[in-house]
Design a protein around this ligand. Sequence first.
Ligand code: Q9C
Ligand code: ZN
Length: 700
Amino acid sequence: MASGTALLYDEEMTRYKLLWVDPACKIEVPERLTVSWEALHNAGLSGRCIPLPVRQATEEEILLAHSQEYLEAVKKTPDMSLEELMTFTQQYGDVYFHPNIYHCAKLAVGASLQLVDAVMTGKVRNGLALVRPPGHHSQRSEASGFCVFNNVAIAALYAKKHFKIQRVLIVDWDIHHGQGLQYCFEEDPQVLYFSWHRYEHQRFWPNLRESDFDSVGKGMGAGFNINLPWNKARLMAPYFRGLLEHCDQKCLTWLLASLQVGMDSSDYLSVFFHVLLPVAYEFNPELILVSAGFDSAVGDPEGHMCATPEIFGHLTHLLMSLAGGRLCAVLEGGYNLTSLAQSVCQTVQTLLGDPPSRISGLSSPCESALESIQSVRAAHQQYWVCFKNADVSLWPDPGTKCSRLEGDTQAEEALKEGEMREIVWPEPPSRLAPPIRTGVTLPAGLEDDVLTSCFRVTGIPLTPNQVAKELWHPAVPELKDEKVLQSLGDILSLLKEIEKKEVRNGLAVVPNVSLAATFGVQHALTSLTDRVLLVFLGNEAPVELQEDGRVMLIQLCSTEPVETKSKFYVPICLKKSSSDVAGFLHAVLSLLLPLAYGYDPGMILAVMADCSLVGAVAWAQLIGLLQSFAQGHTLALIQGAEKEIIRVTAASLLGEPASTLGPLGPPLSENVKAVEKERQRLQTHWGLLQTTGEDHPRTR
Ligand code: Q9C
Ligand code: ZN
């Protein structure tokens, strides 16, 4: 299995800049690359990456996405005078040329192709190309939005051509719509393009009608273009100015901070759970390209969003379970140098396999984000079975909202006033990872390649007395069983290693999984954390857990569970779940992940009590996804000793990408119903479960 993270960078790409006055272009500066590079160096991250040489793209490669005429025109720019460059620039929008930009643009494409080569040949698992100029706005015969050649478009076409792959997913998390990418692939069913972007009903650049959610692709490519517009910012317009006038300086600062004009981490994650990830799993990509623009992070002068840099660690992690982990990130925008550098570091650290930071205080997506989510799910309902049963009663008519609203001008002025104020946010905490990734305690005779990379932990068998002291319910018959007492001693040692920060996560194969789970939860609450998430696959979960919110139990079972009103107990009854992989995945993406992000546990227990409930591959995917939480502190407990399950669990805990789930059919409708029932029940408590606007109370 491929391992390692490639980093592509060449100082040469800092050697062009804006040579005249243009307010629209002054933010695209060479320092964008140098600060990113230095931040990676200072955080000790670049040293852990595999450096790959950057090369120039060939003309043939550039022609994969661009016209001969356009290439010939750009080719002449190195010899142009300043005046000629200015004139040449004027035919395009929001872009500038420089005598050295053609050279840099060839390096930016070449770096992206080198990365694709390394990932597709298995030389590395994933990587990042730090490049300038960016690419996603550039079109067949047109430069646009600081972009000269479309790096990611060429990378996708190159991957299709040279590696004969049939499904490439492009995730464009830059805050602008990559219209160049959309135009390039809108008729191509082999390239799924997803973009979210600041839109404001067409009032934000590039102001295109076709950036709205109803542009779903054309012809054979219908369904393979997904636009999620952000429309929030100007809603306060009529009130904003008046408020500002009656404020003193301090009150003004507070007001601007609290009147979020941009989307935040809750909005971004909701879109991943309820739009991108379901489609991405159904699409089953062989390669993921990320148009990694960081102007979608807090502090950016273009995006004005509120998501902190940590979110990119999570977005990256959520994608790493797909395509066998083959992920190539290519820099696009990002204009606040501090925010950009932090976001780049978060992305690379996740690519390297370090656990993402915990994110606390996640709430509901805002009303406008919910409207966008609902709209895009409705628009794509006919193309993706994952949306078949989605509740999409409301589908706002696009195109009716793009006229200027009353109060727009005032709001724009007010926003400008806000823009001049410096936005501050806390520096992301350092993501220290314990020296040992995975500790295991196993019965004798279980040897395997994967398991040899794990750290063996053996404990001293507990006495029945000790067990009684640790447990809430001491009257357990198995107490005298030596094997049980040994396994509890093993788990105790494992948890102690985690507590000492020597070991990140663990796997224990145990004879009595219910008892082990109760013991593990109880001990974790005593010594490790105040919130444990217990994910239990089996019919007999230890449900007699405290009701004070210190434990959240998500149970996947095959028999009808007891009715519950608790917001910390989530039973999901799935029929034939081992064959209904799509139903299982639906439960994970639309219920389990949002709940876990909302709960923000300090420790995860993932318990496999009944191997017949879910196949090894689906389980391995779940274990991978769960490592988004609790700084990677996952303890997996498995009943019995089915070798394949043990092997894939250890591999996932070690950070190896799980095998793909393969093409997914439609989920069983009764399973979708079971999941939906729980989602409906819980969505007022856990806002990240929401997928529709209006009829549900806002919690923000
Ligand atoms: N304030 C990239 O992020 N200027 N390009 C818009 C409206 C164009 C952004 C002006 C921004 C282009 C790669
Ligand atoms: Zn951008």
